[in-house]
Design a protein around this ligand. Structure first.
Ligand code: GLV
Length: 333
């Protein structure tokens, strides 16, 4: 850890090294303690590090709850999360203390939609499996039956959660001539539906009619295990499930069983439950399951924009100004 700056400046804890677009302004303006390691601070270190801080810049691996807020102390002015999702933060606990919480919406929408598409295409057309096949020296000739999968173009895409990212995924599907279905707890504007050619359907109808299902919901008590055994098994036997939302949205044991039994065709996951997935998790024994390590927003440009936004939220909170992107604007009422 480094402790920068002089006495009079606000004290902050930054829970990991983030791109310079964000770290630079924070270190310049604050007495910043930056966690320097690849792995997140262990809980006891995190609790120690936040003591007496005016601001905290967290990642989705850092749990912010009553215990942490108490340890930080009453001078804490802001929690800025370097992510659009904030299920690691007990937002009501922050709100009760009048502490604004910031996240990084908007800047990672297109990059995340790109990765959802990369996963969809890779799982459908067996890209990772093909690569493993070649590296294992198993490619002997052009095979008329080799590594076949479903067509992506012209298929039906079901999008679960039709917010910014879900809509960006839909926009890409238009170029593939797909039928686009979506489900959300709120129906989108008719103008958005028309623009994207997307049809609002109940979740069960979406699951039984889609060749590809892509998840874009926040993790909440209602969406935990949204994709349970029964829903997974209501999907088409050839269907591909893509998850770039949060791991616990899918019941991972049920997913393993559905893939193992051929109840669905394939799955491609950017997120798992827990993260990281254990190297001996049964899912990783299946060629029909593709897993990448939570990298949906990992383009150079987007991670830079996320860092800048997280810094802007942190610094605004320290100055007592409204955060550019608060998740609990009710603290200002
Ligand atoms: C990443 O998962 C994020 O929420 O930004």
């Amino acid at each position: 850890m480094v402790r920068g700056g002089d006495g009079g400046r606000p004290r902050v804890f930054v829970a990991r090294i983030i791109p310079d677009d964000g770290l630079g302004p924070v270190v310049e303006a604050c007495d910043a303690q930056v966690w320097q390691y690849e792995l997140p601070p262990p809980r006891d270190e995190l609790l120690r590090a936040v003591e007496g801080c005016d601001g905290i810049l967290t990642l989705l691996t850092d749990r912010v709850d009553d215990e942490l807020l108490e340890r930080a102390g009453p001078q804490l002015k802001v929690v800025s999360n370097f992510a659009v999702g904030y299920d690691n933060i007990d937002v009501p606990a922050c709100t009760r203390r009048g502490i604004p919480v910031g996240n990084t919406p908007g800047v990672l929408t297109e990059t995340t939609a790109d990765l959802a598409w990369a996963l969809l295409m890779a799982a459908a057309r067996r890209v990772a499996e093909g690569d493993r096949f070649v590296r294992a020296g198993r490619w002997r000739t052009w095979g008329p039956m080799l590594l076949m999968g479903p067509d992506v173009h012209g298929g039906t895409l079901g999008i679960v959660g039709f917010g910014r990212i879900g809509q960006a995924v839909a926009r890409r599907a238009m170029g593939f001539g797909m039928t686009i279905l979506y489900y959300d707890t709120h129906r989108a504007d008719r103008a958005v539906e028309r623009e994207l050619g997307a049809t609002f359907v109940p979740l069960d109808g979406l699951l039984s009619s889609s060749d590809f299902v892509s998840l874009h919901v926040n993790l909440t008590a209602e969406t935990r295990h949204l994709m349970n055994a029964q829903r997974l098994r209501s999907m088409r036997r050839t269907a591909v499930l893509v998850n770039t939302s949060r791991g616990p949205v899918v019941d991972q044991r049920a997913l393993f069983e559905a893939l193992r039994d051929g109840a669905i065709g394939a799955a491609a996951l950017d997120v798992t439950d827990p993260e990281p997935i254990a190297a001996d998790d049964p899912l990783l024994t299946l060629d029909t399951c593709l897993v990448v390590p939570h990298i949906a927003s990992a383009s150079w440009a987007t991670r830079g924009r996320m860092a800048a936004m997280a810094a802007a939220n942190l610094l605004a909170g320290l100055r007592g100004e409204r955060l550019p992107t608060p998740v609990n604007p009710e603290v200002y009422d």
